[in-house]
Write a protein that binds this ligand. Sequence first.
Ligand SMILES: [Zn+2]
Length: 177
Amino acid sequence: MRAILIIDMQNDFSDFGTLPVKKSLELANRISNLINSVKREQFKILASLDYHPINHVSFNQFPVHCVAKTKGSEHIEPLNNFDYDLIIKKGTKKNMDNFSCFYNGKRESKLKKYLTKNNITDIYVCGIALDICVEATIKDLIKNNYNVFLIEDLSIPLDLNYVLELDKLTKINSSKI
Ligand SMILES: [Zn+2]
């Protein structure tokens, strides 16, 4: 079984958010097109959300962003209208930050349990930011022996010069999915 994992496509990371990743509004439309084009019986659709309490430890390093239950933590339109198979929240513990959605606080998130239960072996990852949370999540997926595909045209780094190169990572264009 295959899954598409959409990382942190949230309002506070949009072009007009508190921690903006350039062109992510337009990216949301393109990811939405991909989800609408795949057969749901062949792909599970998973999404992660950065989801912090007020006074989260990461706000010492970054501007306040993705506070739980605020508009900023919600998916960018039109990705807020989907019926996801799983939503994974990370960074919900006050004193610990998580870049990889494999973990929430010190513990594993719901992700691995879900992948195991649904016999998912191949994971197609996209979203923002490629050089932070997408990269950290991909590294954990590879470490756990999943077949990982980076959907290159549907992922944007904060540092626009950044390129992700990893052994065992396959890069793919969304038109090939
Ligand atoms: Zn965060």
